[in-house]
Design a protein around this ligand. Sequence first.
Ligand code: ATP
Length: 413
Amino acid sequence: MNHNKTSESFCIHTVNLGKAYKDYSSEWRRIASWMGIRTRPIPEKRVLRNISFRMGQGEAIGIVGQNGAGKSTLLKLISGTLHPSEGHIHISGRISAILELGMGFNPELTGRQNALHTLGLLGFPHKQIMDLLPGIEDFAEINSYFDEPVRTLSSGMQMRIAFGVATCVRPDILIIDEALSVGDAYFQHKSFDRIRKFREAGTSMIIVSHDKNAIQTFCDRAILLDKGNLLMDNTPESVLDYYNALIAEKESCRPRMNYLENKGIQTISGTGEAEVETLDLLDSNGHSTEEIHTGEPVCLRIKVSVKEDIPELVIGYVIKNRLGQDVFGTNTHNLGCSLLNLRAGEKPEYHFYFPANLAPGSYSLALALHRGADHLEYNYEWRNLALMFHVRNTHHPVFSGLTWIPPKVEYAR
Ligand SMILES: Nc1ncnc2c1ncn2[C@@H]1O[C@H](COP(=O)(O)OP(=O)(O)OP(=O)(O)O)[C@@H](O)[C@H]1O
């Protein structure tokens, strides 16, 4: 293993990185092995294999994957907390990592003592640590709890200290494992603000998060891990869409990918018992269009072809902006208008009427046919980038933001 420094223009480069743990069948075998007592060969459990990727200076990568996929293990390998069983890691720059909650903190020491201790371990000189402590205390905003043993603090308070310590000096590479989901809304805003400033100043970032929006907002790229393998490395939108389809797949079959010219990667998954036959966005004159106007009354027309008898058909859609962020989503289950007991050969048709209260820009629509409350329960067909359209603002005053929410104004003087 190499935790080498390198002067290339990337700041992280992993080559065939892998991690295996010995799979002790009992505590006795673990102790026997530590004491050098020979027992039967101990099998290994490989939790990461052949992970190769590069991260450029200033880039932000989101790591996604199901529980146990190996995300935290990968972060620990990169931050040097764990040693790889195989492969190499090349790092360029100073890393600061916020890993699992409480990791590295001594529960008997106070927040202040832990901050002091951690910064000391990171190699900061004593004088600089004393200068940094007030800033960490201010950032954490937990008043006298800063001087209480960490074991008595809530998980949110511990995270405030951990985040304050890890970010008291801007690192070259910031690694964050799910930390942002622990705090309350105020702390999350404050942390995101700090991260944003670091990014503007050139810090590279790797974040593990189950929060799709955090990945969409902060990352240039996403990596999907599945059972210890690197399954996909692409734009956050493409990876999250594929991941979304992957977790909906109960059968062993993998979702299909279509490369759309200049429009990204389309993922299609599902059993195929019902399929979308046609999908159209109709303007206020009832004509199929790809260009609409802010506030215009439009209609989404979806024709479905039922291929096999099915007990229920729910149709859902999500409108996404150009960054892949969900702007609005709904389905016939939530709207109370799903169909039951459909026969093979039926071709139900739905019209969804709504005002296009959207800011100017380009949008895509993801569509799902399924049973139950969402497509994760039982999925007939799910496809992203099913429709692309453009919104222009020609009839309304200029406004900022994502949606057109016109106020009724009353005023006096
Ligand atoms: N010390 C260990 N000894 C043995 N197996 C381990 C050890 N640490 C992790 N594992 C196993 O490695 C696999 C990957 O774990 P890891 O925590 O990296 O997954 P993850 O993707 O971060 O999951 P989650 O989203 O649940 O945090 C899991 O199967 C886990 O049980």
